[in-house]
Design a protein around this ligand. Structure first.
Ligand SMILES: [Zn+2]
Length: 262
């Protein structure tokens, strides 16, 4: 089974604008797609993806409820394909209540992107989210940006130490553009990572080395759609010098174990 462990989706009406916003934030990095559910499924199905973990970031607190409703509706429309993660924001007034609602809606995790949400990963104001999620929902963190340390791997490590029962997924090898730092800090730490938006920037040998350093049971494949599409990311992944067993784990089995049967 192939699971895309990192895909962004947006309501059709704002998808193009939202995708352009991400592209602008990452200094014109080209986006493969426009971020609609239908395009994600069309491209992914063609490439052989079986399941997609979908999420969206609440850049302001007032978006939280609408995003969680949108992700839930999307999952309901494609229950055999989509697994949803909810959104939260440190400035949202009822973090506990919304965490309960996320769970009752059947969403399976939380996505945070502190660069977009304007906080440091280890800010105390984010602790209520970590307390509410600890032992209940994994949190997928965007990690790493050379222009700011808001989402640095070091700050994520502070959270991991302070909330030992929190299940943490560090996107982009837990250190976008600082890939070796992420692997160094989270070397067999129990933290999960995904290898989305990373393989383009390194040799296949380097990627395989990072996967083994973090631990082959802790790495999940993902596209960061609409940044990349499934065919090109699977082609990049196929070049990694991994064993068949290691491939199975990264492509789907690790995500299944983390989230329960998908
Ligand atoms: Zn993301």
């Amino acid at each position: 089974m192939i699971i895309d462990a990192h895909a962004h989706i947006f309501p059709d009406i704002i998808a193009e604008k939202a995708s352009k916003g991400i592209s602008t934030f990452y200094e014109g990095m080209k986006m493969d797609g426009c971020g609609t559910v239908s395009e994600l499924l069309e491209k992914g199905d063609k490439a052989g993806v079986d399941r997609y973990i979908v999420q969206s970031v609440a850049t302001v607190p007032t978006q939280v409820v609408a995003i969680n409703n949108f992700i839930t509706e999307s999952v309901k429309s494609h229950p055999d394909k989509l697994v949803g993660f909810g959104a939260l924001h440190p400035d949202f007034e009822d973090i506990n209540g919304e965490t309960e609602r996320i769970i009752s809606l059947g969403l399976r995790g939380i996505k945070l992107h502190s660069d977009f949400q304007d906080f440091n990963i280890d800010d105390e104001k984010a602790f209520p989210i970590y307390e509410a999620a600890e032992g209940r929902l994994p949190i997928l963190f965007h990690v790493g940006d050379p222009r700011s340390d808001r989402s640095s791997p070091e700050r994520l490590l502070n959270v991991v130490k302070r909330f030992p029962k929190l299940t943490v997924i560090g996107a982009h090898f837990a250190g976008w553009s600082m890939w070796d730092t992420g692997a160094e800090l989270f070397d067999h730490s129990g933290v999960y990572v995904d290898c989305s938006s990373s393989l383009y920037a390194m040799s296949p040998e380097h990627a395989a080395e990072l996967i083994r350093k973090i631990g082959v049971h802790r790495v999940m494949w993902g596209t960061d759609y609409p940044m990349w599409n499934a065919s090109e990311e699977l082609a990049r992944f196929a070049k990694l010098p991994l064993t068949e067993r290691e491939r199975e784990l990264v492509l789907g089995e690790n995500a299944r174990r983390l989230l329960g049967e998908l």
